[in-house]
Write a protein that binds this ligand. Structure first.
Ligand code: P6P
Length: 326
């Protein structure tokens, strides 16, 4: 991992990036700053959740049919408040909202970006103090689009930035704007994300697979043959039940994360637009691979905002190994 020498905050890192684009207006910079602010607020609320009695569910389900945790709603509202009503953002879309939210119409030069996010990925881990995360994806907005779907439903290759915040033993932010992957750690006493790595590279291989083995009986035969091979060749199994935590482990240590099609989720469970695409951009920018079966995830043309996909992502050698069994 390429450790940074200087003391650089996420804010300074973003401004460094802006300086490399002479035509930059600062809009993109502002959006990344708004996401960083959201992350700090969400991190603070998560770490105080049991003290402030905001654990547990709200007794409702979201558009995904999943039980909404109180902190799902809090995280979603935090992101919407930090991002909304700002000239740079034309549209926001969240796992927690049925439809994309048009912040501005006829934005002209201003509302140039679309921000999609999963506000609290893996929130079912909250009650047991497990790892959870926020995932975000940024696309350019097409002001000529007649309907919001036209501008939102873009392939993952068109993302201008992607990243995640992992609320684990520390709060970290991993970000790419298309020129490599950087990592930042929140210094809670200062309230800043400090850069600890740049140009991160995923290990070429790693003898760890990450899958929900409880679903194994309904996996297609190829995935089952892969798991038999891995277990016969000394692989370890690690699974946190939160994509951000599982994929971050794969980014740092190598290995492969899989969510194959299952009987319950024949298309796969993970959401393409705000889980699989941003995580795939990070993994590919770090030298890894990310596929849905034999298809590169970033090349999938979305047809619905909340559409799901199966996932095999991680070290290139490990992804190729899984695909060789399919
Ligand atoms: P399962 C969390 O609900 C999530 O969307 C991802 O973060 C995670 O990888 C997956 O679902 C876990 O699903 O079926 O293994 O509980």
């Amino acid at each position: 991992m390429n450790q940074s020498d200087n003391l650089i905050t996420l804010q300074s890192h973003i401004l460094e990036g802006e300086a490399k684009h002479p035509g930059a207006t600062g809009t993109f910079t502002w959006i990344l700053s708004a996401l960083a602010l959201s992350a700090k607020v969400i991190s603070s609320k998560i770490r105080r959740a049991r003290l402030d009695d905001v654990l547990g569910s709200v007794g409702a389900t979201n558009v995904q049919g999943e039980t909404q945790q109180k902190l799902d709603v809090i995280a979603n509202e935090t992101l919407l408040r930090c991002l909304g009503k700002r000239e740079g953002v034309a549209v926001v879309a969240s796992e927690e909202n049925d439809e994309a939210i048009v912040i501005q119409k006829n934005t002209g030069k201003d509302g140039r970006y679309i921000v999609l996010f999963d506000p609290l990925d893996g929130s079912s881990n909250l009650d047991t103090c497990g790892a959870v995360g926020t995932i975000f994806s940024i696309l350019r907005h097409d002001p000529m689009a007649e309907h919001v779907d036209e501008t939102v439903l873009q392939k993952g290759t068109r993302q201008v930035a992607a990243g995640y915040i992992l609320y684990g033993s520390s709060t970290i932010c991993v970000l790419t704007t298309g020129n490599g992957v950087s990592m930042f750690v929140l210094e809670p006493n200062v309230g800043s994300f400090l850069r600890v790595a740049e140009n991160m590279r995923i290990p070429e291989s790693g003898k760890t697979y990450s899958v929900n083995e409880g679903n194994r009986p309904t996996f297609e035969p190829g995935y089952q043959r892969y798991l038999e091979w891995a277990q016969a060749n000394g692989y370890s199994s690690r699974y946190a039940g939160a994509m951000v935590a599982d994929v971050h482990r794969v980014l740092i240590q190598g290995g492969v994360f899989l969510y194959p099609p299952t009987k319950k989720a024949p298309e796969g469970k993970l959401r393409l637009m705000y889980e699989a695409n941003p995580m795939s951009m990070i993994i590919e920018q770090a030298g890894g691979k990310s596929c849905a079966g034999k298809t590169r995830i970033l090349e999938i043309q979305p047809s619905k905002l909340h559409q799901r996909t199966c996932v095999v992502m991680g070290s290139p050698a490990e992804v190729d190994r899984v695909l060789s069994f399919l």
